[in-house]
Write a protein that binds this ligand. Sequence first.
Ligand SMILES: Nc1ncnc2c1ncn2[C@@H]1O[C@H](COP(=O)(O)OP(=O)(O)O)[C@@H](O)[C@H]1O
Ligand SMILES: [Mg+2]
Length: 285
Amino acid sequence: MDSVQTATQEMMKSMSELEVEVDKSKAHVGAIEMEAKNVSVWFGKRKVLEDVNMAFPKNSVTALIGPSGCGKSTFIRTLNRLHELIPGAALAGEVLYEGNDIYAQNVDPVHIRLSIGMVFQKPNPFPSMTIRGNVLSGLKLSGMKRSDHDDIVEQTLTSAGLWKEVKDRLNAHAGELSGGQQQRLVIARALAVNPHVLLMDEPCSALDPASTLKIEETIRQLSKDITIIIVTHNMQQAVRVSDYTAFFLAEENKPGYVVEQGATTEIFGNPQDERTLDYVNGRFG
Ligand SMILES: Nc1ncnc2c1ncn2[C@@H]1O[C@H](COP(=O)(O)OP(=O)(O)O)[C@@H](O)[C@H]1O
Ligand SMILES: [Mg+2]
């Protein structure tokens, strides 16, 4: 009897492992662009992120959601090595980009940050530089020698959904643009160096609803060609723009961790964890 039970348990165990495998392959159709493996983070002695594992399929949009302070910004910064610029910051685990560890010794962080661009909450163009100058400002740093500057300016501003609004004043100062336009300008600036990944940390939280919708449209368009990872506090936004969602949480004085992740339709429509259900329905955070 015992041995039958054991055998059954063994069989069920291997079946559930099999299911997990099948599920994984379904959730990650296509190649994986980036992957975080067992990422933990410390500031000084304080651990703020615990063992995050996440895969980002090529040309998909992943939303990172969760209450303030649970480590979303910290996590997204580990994905292009901005994290290491913070004094006292430490990291364990691996971040793979196109299969290679971005923290490997021979990797130049400057090039990583060009391939894996970042857009912040507060738009940060160079205000006294022209619109055109802003778009092209990353190219020099990248060492890319391209002469088709006019094309780059038009293409990237078009992709960022800003071209029509600024095409007749490319030599105006970026500081003259509205907040929403400035945010689209820094997206164009990031795109000018041909990134494969764009990280966005609450890119719309300082913007009005109309600008927010423009950025969301831009995100959907961009995701045909690049992989996007976006932190958002706006649940409707996560549903509108993302294919995958990861829900982060941190209990008081404990490091943040991922409670649940998967297809956005599942996380919002059929979450497995009660805390996810409560969060996506606005019951806390
Ligand atoms: N530069 C820093 N130095 C020390 N602690 C930090 C720093 N940045 C963030 N933290 C801490 O790390 C935790 C996660 O913060 P953060 O990643 O900003 O969360 P979120 O983006 O989810 O609001 C918080 O407890 C925060 O206080
Ligand atoms: Mg944050």
